[in-house]
Structures are given as C-alpha cells and as structure tokens.
Design a protein around this ligand. Structure first.
Ligand code: AMP
Ligand code: FES
Ligand code: ZN
Length: 305
C-alpha cells in the first residue's frame, strides 16, 4: 500500500476515504478534516480564543494540539471528577501534555471546589454516574469558559461518539436531543459557543494520530462507564461500518445536513424560556438549576453517609 499523497509506503488505511497514508500525510489528513469541520460549521473565527476541555484521553488532547497548530489561541481545561486512581492518572496525562508544549491548563477539582465526587455524589442524588458526570461537565465547562472570557468551548467528541449518540436518539426519537445534536451550538445569554472540531474523525483515526505524533494519553476507559449503552452502540456501528465503509460518516454528517434543522426549532424555544438560577445564575427552566440541585443533594448525601 502506498500513501495517496506522496506515494511513500503507507502506515494506515482509511477505507471510508478509499485511501492510505504515510505518517506525515496522515497527520496532514487529520488536520484537514478538522479544518473542514471548522469551516463548514463556522466553528471559529481566525485565531479566536478557545477553551479546550481535556480529559487526558486521545481525542481531547488531539483536539488541543490540532487547534493550536491551526493557529487558534487554545488553552486547556481539566475537570477532576474524583473517580479514584482513574482521575489521578488522567490528570497526569493532561498536565504532562500542557507542560511539554508550554500550553496553559486550567484545572477544576469537583471534590475540592464543589464538595462532591462522581461516585458518591451520583448515588446520593440517585442518578447514574454518567448522568451526574455529564450534567456536572456541561455546567462547569460552560461556567469556566464564561468566567475565563473564552467565547468558545471545544470538546473532543469524535465521529464514533456522535454516531452512537445519534443512534440512541433516533431509536427513541428523542426530538429535543436531536435538536441539540450539532457540531456547533451558538452562544446565547449565559452560554458560551460549543464546538466539536473532531466530528469528521473516527476513534481509530484519533488513536493513530496520537501514536504518530507521540501524544501520551490515558488508554483506560472510565471505570464507571460499564454498561453504558453508547459503548454497545459503538460496537454495533462498527459492525455496520465493516460491512459498508462510510456508513457511519454518512449517518452522522447527513443527519447534520438534512435532518437536524427540522428538530432545531424546539431548542430555540427552550432557550427563550430560560431564566437565571437563583443560586448560581446559570440559565435554567426551573428556579434552581439541575447542577445546583445535584450539588446540594450530593453534598448532603455525602455528609450523611
Ligand atoms: P466523554 O463525555 O467522556 O465522552 O468526553 C467527551 C469530551 O468531554 C472529551 O473529549 C473532552 O473534551 C471532555 N471531557 C471529558 N472528561 C473531561 C474531564 N474530566 N475534564 C475535561 N474535559 C473532559
Ligand atoms: Fe463521567 Fe465516567 S467520565 S462517569
Ligand atoms: Zn445553579
């Protein structure tokens, strides 16, 4: 197999593009995919300041590197979730990445700064760990972007993540979630813009990118994610992709083009109905936002038990 760009021996095949690449050309291919996503979805203005949420995993570290390489003023944000050794180790990867490149990493620690961790907090609040974790992340990422004066928050969600979430939403026709599933969500009162610059890259590609670029990342999955239905959807989608390469990208990217706009109106209406949380000021449909309610229940649960 020869590299499609330079005809040197290839190290990776990308079947959905009917192509193979050598290391340097694969890195170029990945950057081009990110650039295309940014341009197509109008994610960022030239050289714009962006806060990248980095978990220590391959996707978010790659997103941080590529955004920096493309000339954006990108700082990192690591959120310590208090999930034992897993959190300690992921923090080490995020910090080492930042140190080696002289990049700025902000850190928030859920136990130290907010008085609860995901394992005890989720059970006290009677939520699944992933639901308590997702809610905490959404709230704190947005807050950190606003507090730091970053107009944009980027996450490392890749094509496989988006495909798995989309499959789950379509299987249940979750109209609200479908309306919100898009690679860029505009800023609004109390909301920074949210972007997913890796939507055009699969997990296999982000892993290969990190290996080729020598990015060390935490390989282990979150220990609380066992039984998470999205992991099962990813396997099912990979089986489909195996049989017909390109179907995953078509499923997701054509959804964004053709179907998502039909669900988007409900989201605009939803946002218009929000008001500031009486406790923290974040936009919410209730008096107290879901994050403050979770935090309160998690803290009282943690101190009682
Ligand atoms: P996940 O929800 O774990 O699939 O992660 C999706 C994205 O959220 C990652 O690509 C990161 O951008 C971000 N993220 C997840 N966990 C953390 C964390 N502990 N700190 C900062 N960002 C995170
Ligand atoms: Fe959130 Fe595992 S990373 S529950
Ligand atoms: Zn609140």
């Amino acid at each position: 197999m020869k590299c499609r760009r330079c005809r040197e021996p290839a190290v990776i095949e990308v079947r959905r593009h009917n192509a193979a690449f050598c290391g340097p050309c694969f890195v170029h291919h990945c950057r081009e995919q990110v650039r295309r996503a940014i341009d197509h979805f109008h994610m960022l203005g030239e050289g714009e300041r962006v806060l990248v949420a980095v978990s220590g995993g391959k996707d978010s570290l790659m997103a941080w590197e590529v955004l920096s390489d493309l000339g954006y003023d990108a700082d990192g944000l690591y959120l310590g979730l208090g999930i034992g050794e897993y959190s300690d180790e992921s923090a080490r990867y995020a910090r080492a990445f930042a140190d080696e490149r002289g990049l700025k990493l902000h850190e928030i620690d859920l136990p130290a700064d907010y008085g609860y961790d995901i394992p005890t907090g989720s059970s006290a609040a009677r939520r699944t760990p992933c639901s308590a974790c997702g809610l905490s992340k959404r709230h704190l990422f947005n807050q950190a972007a606003l507090d730091g004066g970053y107009p944009v928050l980027a996450t490392g969600h890749n094509l496989d993540d988006e495909a798995a979430v989309l499959l789950g939403n379509v299987l249940r026709w979750e109209e609200e979630y479908l309306g919100r599933q898009y690679p860029v969500l505009p800023a609004g009162p109390g909301f920074a813009r949210k972007i997913k610059p890796l939507v055009r890259l699969t997990e296999r590609e982000t892993a290969a990118y990190c290996v080729i670029r020598g990015i060390d990342y935490i390989v282990e999955e979150c220990p609380m994610a066992g039984g998470n239905r999205h992991l099962g959807y990813k396997e099912d989608l990979n089986a489909l992709e195996d049989r017909s390469p390109g179907s995953k990208a078509a499923f997701v990217l054509r959804f964004f083009e053709r179907a998502q706009p039909r669900f988007a109106e409900t989201v605009v209406e939803e946002r218009e109905a929000l008001r500031p949380c009486v406790t923290c000021g974040a936009p919410t449909p209730a008096e107290v936002c879901a994050f403050c309610r979770l935090r309160e229940r998690a803290r009282s649960g943690a101190s009682n038990g």
